[in-house]
Design a protein around this ligand. Sequence first.
Ligand SMILES: O=C(O)CCC(=O)C(=O)O
Length: 350
Amino acid sequence: MAAVSKRLLVSDLVTFDKINQVPSNYIRPLSERPNLQHVSSHETIPIIDLHDLNSAKRRHVINQIRDACREYGFFQVKNHSVPESTITNMMQIAKDFFSLPEEERLKSYSDDPSKTTRLSTSFNIRTEKVANWRDFLRLHCYPLEDYVHEWPTNPSSFRAHVKEYCTSVRGLALELVEAISESLGLERDYIGKQLGKHGQHMALNYYPPCPQPDLTYGLPGHTDLNLITILLQDDVPGLQVLKDGKWVAVDPVPNTFIINIGDQIQVLSNDKYKSILHRAVVNCDKERISIPTFYCPSRDAVISPAPELVTEDQPAVYRPFTYGEYYDKFWNRGLATENCLDMFMATKST
Ligand SMILES: O=C(O)CCC(=O)C(=O)O
């Protein structure tokens, strides 16, 4: 078995150490491996055309969103409001960042999850036992003016392109939050009003080629702690979603985003919509980049099931909590251990 890796970043391990085996600290026990030959590629996550979202056919689009949220917790969107050039520039700047020399990238390195701008690796190296085949640059990006000054300045156009992307994706997020609110039978602005001052984070995920992809993960199965996630992926497959107990591959479709319901929508909807397990697997040949935008409440926002969705038959499943409390609990536990939502259940009266 290959020795434990001493490199901070997995990309540098692959580039400099010319490994042909996965180091032992990345190897999952047999029962936790990805089982890549048992992944379904027949089922597809619905693709919803947003062209009609602001027309007389809005109700039809809202119904499609409702059905996808109920059935999959995931959907893809095309004909959205984010310009193709903004997407191309974002993907290119992510590639350029991860191609910088090691010492340049490491200027942003930190293993402290509370830092609002940081380059790191795996998921949370302070709590996890087995490492993941991923490096990532995590950025907080709303309100922009609070964070842009922390972002990398190399490549020189990094801040400009990422700013443009964040602003445009925030517009899409706000449209989707309204649509999801309506799809639950709530006022269009109900969910938006529960989010305090709102928050937006993003990750630039870099998965280098892996010599033994069946032994490890880019990211193991997890749910997202935020409200909704808007994922951009390059043309290399890797995302898989759990549907009826089976992993389903979500292969890339150019100029679409993949949207998933996060834990906070599960709470606000009182379990009508579920935050679904998904994972990223790696491959032997190609690097992969994915860029999730995590749209979220601000830390002080109080999240609880919408009163209109609490009934005698379906009492409140969760107690009220602040997003800050949820965020801290989520990061202080291991990714693959207890479901964070279970720690926020309402106490049942007997
Ligand atoms: O890389 C992907 O496709 C998934 C990324 C993801 O799930 C995450 O960053 O939380």
